[in-house]
Design a binder for this molecule. Sequence first.
Ligand code: FAD
Length: 460
Amino acid sequence: LQGPFQLSLISVLQYEPFSIPMSHSIRVAVIGAGIAGLAAARELRREGLEVVVFEKSHQLGGTWCYDPRIESDPIGSDPNRDVVHTSLYRSLRTNLPRQLMAFLDYPFPDRPDGDARAFPGHEEVLWFLNKFADEFGLRGLTRFGCEVVRVERVAGRIDSWVVESRTGDSVLSREIFEAVVVCSGHFTEPRVPTIPGIEKWPGYQIHSHNYRVPEPFRGQTVVVIGFASSAFDISRDIAQVAKEVHIATRSPDVKVMKLANHDNMWQHKMVKCVSEDRSVAFDDGSSVHADVILYCTGYKHHYPFLETNGMVTIEDNRVGPLYKHVFPPALAPWLSFIGIPERDIIFQMSELQCKWVARVLSGKVLLPTEKEMMAYVEEYYQQLEKDGFPKHMTHYLHFKEVGYCNWLVAEAGLPPIENWREEMYLESIKPLYLGMADNYRDEWDDAHWNAIIKDASLAQ
Ligand code: FAD
């Protein structure tokens, strides 16, 4: 680790490491067949473990399976609503270049009839994941249409879990697994801020989870809350048909102003309050009469199937305690979570977490003791607090755990990651912080980066 989170507990504390008896193959349940679940299935099987992937939908790809449906409750507060898993909108293009939307040893290929853009559309990512699954025989390990409804430890055993699952015909089945790897994603449960006056505000509220296409917003005045990629994309998408779009962000440098190159878009400071007459007032003193508030305000971690008797909790979006965002110390290595951290290269990070988990479960890599892992987590939390990061940012890697992927590489005994990946990542997220040009994806210098990648591979 680098920066403020440089901890040296592992080397300082004495090891009494956990080790796995190698007398038989461990049976592992993987929950979810998105990027994380597919990577987990491949790595676990590479280590000779027996794998069953449970996938509640009828296809693999998770988030990357576009679904035109929206939920009955557009802000997702009704716990009994029928949940649509994906949050993709129809026009979505990746927010990272294609070279980073791939696994370390399995690059994103070009295909003659595909989307060759540097930042391709979502269909291309789904195509890639299907290709990956076919290449590594992962479809055959997956039970489609099979939702995990309960995961609980067998009483008195740490290495034995009951996994209860339900198929479309509502048949419940119960099976025992030694280990469970949770890969169920965390971009489905909307996180919505409470705005003073909102209970009487008469307009329409929707979270970006339920945004698909701009047509329903034709001729309307829309307030979009948020500053990340979704807010950027969706506000531009809607502005093509809306009367006015007003973007409200928490960003400290923002002044109220009309956006260059747009007739109908403004930016503001955060929403201060709303009123019965449809008005929306902003912290910068401006206000508008709006028809719609569209929340691009992120998502909540949600594991409704998981019963750990309080050993893993979610508090203000902190899933914990988790050693290195993966293993709950008291249940390690038999329970693990893949893909929880945000603000990093998701493909590479999930793949490396999977390699680490697989190597720990196969006995090749040792974990510190429960006490040591717990001490690490506590120190991490204290450091977060000291640096002024709120709890809900516990799993944001960017700025805090800069060397996380390199740490995973070292821990799992893997070859180093090529430098161009981190450089490309930092370059590609610059527009988010420096103010994005509308066509930032198409201004990307792909030829320049391809030359760097070529040089790097020749130098190896
Ligand atoms: P998911 O893709 O969510 O997959 C989880 C799977 O688990 C799903 O298939 C789901 O059906 C299944 N599941 C859930 N619960 C159960 C259960 N109880 N039983 C059985 N199955 C279950 N990342 C990038 O790198 N680049 C991008 O450009 C990018 N754009 C994004 C845009 C949007 C709008 C969103 C929301 C996210 C974006 N991301 C992007 C992040 C993206 O979520 C990750 O890239 C990645 O898809 C996460 O993969 P995952 O496997 O962890 O989760």
